[in-house]
Design a protein around this ligand. Structure first.
Ligand code: UFG
Length: 343
């Protein structure tokens, strides 16, 4: 055993896949999650894949007493991966205070607990949203941070600053900020995946629900962008690849021989930009399932095009996206069929 990692938001989409990869790499995992946007049943999926059921606490990261109890009950916690956060861009515009409370306070509570308990490091879930529309593509970690377009995006920026300032002030731990591009797909077993509540806001769950007949048609938000086919371009990263980046990050933090800096930031993307229309076409090709879709107007706040320069993560973290877009889309479809067996 390599030690115990506390995973907040561990029953969520990226948290559950990361828990699987941590267990497969020999770590013990303690999950804390308030189940506000996830289902406790995911623990069964994790156990079916790994043979291990992680220790689970239904608790909110803003609840200082609960956080203290969990750290005290597990003195062997050596690292923290902090996923727990509210993540709906549109909702954050409607309920900014909820987003600032949930996303900022929880990080502060966790960092304070880490200091009290001598935890060696934190991996924080950040987002390519901090770059806004970059002037240069692919975007590197040195690109300027742009003004956030939503309270959600702003919480990512502020949280990066909170971590940066805490490290700068001499905190006795290390931190890695992972800037995710667009995570998609599911575990190849189709036993865990994304479980959106209500009408999906993101492209892939909407697309797979449309393919499954749950939604009538997918709206493509704009075909008049300055891109080859006019639709927006993103860097779609397989969720298992993304999960593996977290294992690399925690290993880097915990290995004193590497002498890594106290704070590092990595883009986690494939380096390849894919348009919305290209994505739909590829899905149809690899699954043989048609996706009824229509072009509608642009969605407010959308970035035209962004994709990662993942060189820093490739070379320093020793991580590289491995899964093809085709396999990733197949996994998303297999997961959709798993949760809606009639599809
Ligand atoms: N899209 C559609 N139709 C849909 C949903 C999305 O055409 O029904 C398009 C969007 O316009 C965009 C692309 O598909 O071009 C991807 O959209 P997503 O909503 O899946 O992802 P975003 O790139 O908008 O969102 C991501 C993260 C957020 C983050 C945001 C910031 O999911 O957490 O980037 O830009 F805040």
């Amino acid at each position: 055993m390599k030690g115990t990692i506390l995973v907040t938001g561990g029953t969520g989409y990226i948290g559950s896949h990361t828990t699987v990869e941590l267990i497969n790499s020999g770590y013990q995992v303690v999950i804390m999650d308030n189940l506000s946007n996830s289902n406790v049943e995911v623990l069964k999926g994790i156990e079916a894949i790994t043979g291990v059921c992680p220790t689970f606490y239904e608790a909110d990261c803003n609840d200082e007493a609960a956080v203290e109890r969990i750290f005290s009950a597990h003195p062997d916690i050596c690292g923290l991966i902090h996923f727990a956060a509210s993540k709906a861009v549109g909702e954050s515009v409607q309920k900014p205070l909820l987003y600032y409370r949930n996303n900022l306070l929880s990080l502060i509570v966790m960092l304070e607990a880490m200091q009290r308990h001598g935890t060696k490091g934190i991996v924080f879930s950040s987002s390519c949203t901090v770059y806004g529309q970059p002037e240069q593509l692919p975007v590197t970690e040195q690109a300027p941070i742009q003004e956030a377009l939503s309270p959600y995006g702003n919480t990512k920026q502020i949280n990066e600053e909170i971590v940066r300032d805490t490290i700068h002030a001499g905190a006795p731990f290390k931190a890695i900020l992972l800037r995710y591009f667009n995570p998609i797909g599911a575990h190849p077993s189709a036993l865990i995946g994304e479980l959106p509540l209500g009408v999906p806001q993101n492209l892939i769950p909407y697309l797979t629900q449309t393919a499954a007949g749950i939604r009538r048609e997918l709206s493509v938000f704009g075909d008049d962008y300055n891109t080859p086919d006019g639709s927006c371009i993103r860097d779609y990263i397989n969720v298992v690849d993304l999960a593996k980046a977290h294992v690399k990050a925690i290993e880097r933090i915990l290995n004193p021989e590497l002498g890594s800096p106290a704070l590092e930031t990595f883009n986690v993307g494939t380096g390849r930009g894919v348009s919305v229309l290209e994505l739909i076409r590829t899905f149809e090709q690899v699954t043989g399932v048609p996706v009824p879709h229509k072009i509608v107007g642009r969605r407010e706040g959308d970035i035209e095009q962004v994709w990662a320069d993942p060189k820093h993560a490739n070379e320093v973290l020793g991580w590289k996206a491995e899964e093809s877009l085709a396999d990733t889309l197949r996994s998303a479809w297999a997961w959709q069929k798993h949760i809606t067996p009639k599809a």
